[in-house]
Ligand binder design. Structure first.
Ligand code: 2P0
Length: 345
């Protein structure tokens, strides 16, 4: 099987030091305020990130394109303190230090401690209704990096914030932007060219429908799922090339506002990603019977002339893509679904 791996030429700490621009370990932290705040939206990939060429720096095998959903995301407040463990409050509940969420956050925050005795007080709220079935690690790490930037008054460029967010969770690098974003795969072994940028355009009629099948915790998380795919899936060999072609096609479709091309490419891309998941060993199948029923309903609607497509992430829920003029037909077919208009004024 092809080896996609690349060795990192920087440790995560050296990477962070490069990005925040200090070597001595003190300068970047000398301007700390008493509190920092950050807020970021969730994003949905139209062409997906699936597979890492390097895990410690979260370097992707392929680039991806996303759209952020305004109003759905994370708000995070940070303060410095002293003690043994970070104090992490998620949606008004204080987490135990050994909770998986807290451990992952603290490991990331280890890269940003002014002294070894420093702890962070983190107060984070997901504005994604838990019922929306949307991942929040992307908005979570983007909001956290913005809060760090505010707390330490770095005033980093958005490119640099995107690099830092990527280290927390790959897809977080796209959540620094409203609207469309493109995460460049990058080539370098230090990961300094793998960040997201805005695709500077709007599409006022574009709608995203959130079709919830199941909002429970998934059995296989993305980090593990994509690693298993890279390691055991023969079909994955074809993915990187398709993913890069899809990325270009989606980017062109966005710039030309060619909805058919956008929808077709996004749906094909999502199905191809899920095909690689299913062809791993042991198999990963995020779909449930209701997911398949919803896909068939989408295909049926298309046969009836309704221009609607779907994309799916590492879970059973569908995200529908359609233009405003189709909203009545979609609402009629699917009943009560949340419809987001990312560029509505
Ligand atoms: C995406 N997903 O492009 C793809 C599609 C899930 C399926 O990015 O290991 O939570 O933290 O870098 O960012 C989910 O992966 O994984 C994801 P890590 P992440 O949106």
């Amino acid at each position: 099987m092809k080896d996609f791996s690349q060795s990192a030429s920087l440790s995560p700490q050296a990477f962070v030091n490069q990005v925040i621009g200090h070597r001595s370990g003190v300068n970047a932290f000398s301007q700390a305020k008493s509190r920092g705040f950050g807020e970021a939206p969730v994003n949905i990939a139209l062409s997906k990130y699936w597979g890492k060429r390097e895990t410690s720096l979260n370097l992707p095998i392929n680039g991806s394109v996303s759209i952020s959903l305004p109003g759905l995301g994370t708000q995070t407040e940070l303060a410095l303190s002293e003690g043994k463990h970070d104090q992490i409050v998620l949606n008004d509940h204080t987490l135990e230090p050994h909770a998986a969420f807290a451990q992952r956050l603290s490991r990331f925050l280890n890269l940003f401690r002014p002294t070894e005795h420093t702890i962070f007080q983190v107060d984070t709220h997901n504005t994604v209704p838990t019922a929306a079935g949307l991942a929040s690690s992307a908005s979570g790490y983007a909001a956290l990096v913005l809060a760090l930037d505010d707390l330490f008054q770095w005033q980093l460029s958005t490119d640099k914030l995107s690099l830092l967010a990527r280290l927390g969770s790959g897809s977080a690098c796209r959540s620094l932007y409203p609207g469309f974003a493109i995460w460049h795969r990058g080539e370098r072994s230090d990961g300094l060219d793998s960040y997201a940028e805005a695709i500077d355009t709007t599409w006022p009629d574009l709608c995203i429908g959130l079709l919830k099948v199941d909002i429970g915790e998934k059995a296989v998380g993305s980090t593990v799922g994509m690693q298993q795919t890279v390691e055991t899936c023969e079909l994955y060999q074809a993915w990187p090339e398709q993913a890069e072609n899809d990325l270009k096609s989606i980017q062109a479709a966005i710039l030309e506002q060619d909805f058919e091309r956008l929808g077709q490419t996004a749906e094909h891309n999502a199905m191809s990603m899920h095909a690689t998941m299913m062809a791993t060993w042991p198999p990963i199948l995020y779909w449930q019977p209701e997911s398949v029923a919803a896909m068939q309903q989408v295909w049926q609607l298309r046969q009836q002339g309704v221009a609607v497509y779907f994309t799916m992430d590492a879970g059973p829920n569908l995200k529908l893509l359609f233009l405003k003029q189709e909203k009545p037909a979609i609402m009629q077919a699917f009943g009560k679904i949340d419809v987001i208009e990312p560029f509505a004024i």
